[in-house]
Design a protein around this ligand. Structure first.
Ligand code: NAP
Ligand code: MG
Length: 397
């Protein structure tokens, strides 16, 4: 059988621990036998990040900018214990944070659905994707305790020295106070990423804030989305047969729970933090959650939402066979290959991505899965090792 040819390389960001082991196995069993794989390889394994003073992370993000599509393995974000374990020169920053800052992107998280794992919300039939604005608001706040009576004010001093002043509250006794901010530029990037991603997967986009209460702050988000939509995206949305709609966060929550799923829900930073945990839990398993970083210029970086599965790795090092779920990592590869195929006009590569995902889902729906899923599965299920699972998928391929 002739292998499928690629034009542009994928940016391949290798990672750590158990997911690094799965990474190599996935390539070997499910991709390289079928695709003449072209990648530009960056080793983001912690050891190599340390050796390069984390330059490799920056280089990989710049490569993603250049080529447009990257696939990333889970990586360790070092803490004090890791500094010791790996003898690190420094407590390097989170690679995902570094990459996100360089691409100025938004993260979209979506669950992978299988028949035997039922969402807690019975009406949900299709995935719900959460887009979280990962900048500012309460995560960059300044807050203080108020000891007693006094006046709290909001003061802005312009670069020209001009001052504007508003009373927040006349305190009669002790309390708390906080200030926060966001930037038009960041909100605009977020909106671009959301509109582009909706177009790229052909799903409706919902956006919600609390603009009836926050008449300036949240309203600014609403306006920026609305203006950008009218100016740059309405036509493309109508052509694609999808819609953009804005609603209040409380109305959105009610609609989401009554819905069938199958749309993107864009949220402000705090709302996205809370809602993505709610959605992930209600859909079943972190090991079945994919994640894609989309830049406002339309670059894509695909990965699994889970971490490096450290506990399994230590067992693997002792020579044990583990049953670590590779599905989200496989879907990171299929997502990246499909996008590459789309951008390079390679329908065969796109079809391969579809086939790979179908083989994974058919394997699970046929009762073969890793143990984490077998525990949740309603129906006949055989919990197998990662290796056995990958071989079963390969068999279907
Ligand atoms: P984790 O790697 O996601 O694993 C937490 C637990 O969830 C595992 O011990 C396992 O439970 C279960 N689990 C997660 N993924 C699974 C899978 N694919 N198959 C089966 N079970 C799975 O999170 P963590 O232990 O908090 O973090 C480990 C390392 O990952 C940390 O160094 C952290 O910095 C890094 N991390 C990286 C990313 C990223 O690169 N995007 C994201 C999060 C965390 P059982 O042990 O009970 O089986
Ligand atoms: Mg959270």
């Amino acid at each position: 059988m002739a292998k499928i040819q690629m034009k542009t390389p994928l940016v391949e960001m290798d990672g750590d621990e158990m997911t690094r082991i799965l990474w190599a196995w996935i390539k070997e069993t499910l991709i390289e036998p079928f695709v003449d794989l072209k990648t530009e390889y960056y080793d983001l394994g912690l050891k190599h990040r340390d050796e390069t003073d984390d330059q490799v992370t920056v280089d990989s993000a710049n490569a993603a900018k250049k080529y447009g599509v990257a696939v990333k393995c889970a990586t360790i974000t070092p803490n004090a214990q890791r500094v010791e374990e790996y003898g690190l020169k420094e407590m390097w920053k989170s690679p995902n944070g570094t990459i996100r800052a360089i691409l100025d992107g938004t993260v979209f998280r979506a669950p992978i659905l299988v028949n035997g794992v039922k969402p807690t919300v019975r009406t949900w039939k299709k995935p719900i994707t959460i887009a979280r604005h990962a900048y500012g608001d309460v995560y960059k706040n300044t807050e203080t305790r108020i000891p007693g009576a006094g006046k709290a004010e909001l003061v802005f001093t312009g670069a020209d020295g001009q001052e504007t002043r508003k009373t927040v509250f006349e305190f009669k006794g002790p309390g708390v106070l906080q200030g926060m901010y966001n930037l038009d530029g960041s909100i605009t990037s977020f909106a671009h990423s959301c509109f582009r991603y909706a177009l790229s997967i052909g799903q409706d986009l919902w956006f919600s804030t609390k603009d009836t209460i926050s008449k300036v702050y949240d309203h600014r988000f609403k306006d920026i989305f609305a203006e950008l939509y009218e100016k740059e995206y309405r036509e493309a949305f109508e052509k694609a047969g999808i819609t953009y709609f804005y609603t209040l966060i409380d109305d959105a929550v009610a609609r989401v729970v009554r819905s069938e799923g199958g749309f993107i829900w864009a949220c402000k930073n705090y709302d996205g933090d809370v809602m993505s945990d709610m959605i992930a839990t209600a859909f079943g398993s972190l090991a079945m959650m994919t994640s894609v970083l989309v830049s406002p210029d339309g670059q894509f970086e695909y990965e699994a939402a889970h971490g490096t599965v450290t506990r399994h790795y230590y067992r693997y090092l002792k020579g044990e066979e583990t049953s670590t779920n590779p599905v989200a990592t496989i879907f990171a590869w299929s997502g990246a290959l499909r996008k590459r195929g789309e951008l390079d006009g390679l329908p065969e590569l796109q079809a391969f991505a579809d086939r790979l995902e179908k083989a994974v889902l058919d394997t699970i729906n046929g009762g073969i899965m890793t143990k984490d899923l077998a525990l949740l599965y309603e129906g006949e299920a055989r919990g197998v090792s990662s290796r056995e699972f990958l071989e079963a998928v390969q068999g279907r391929m």
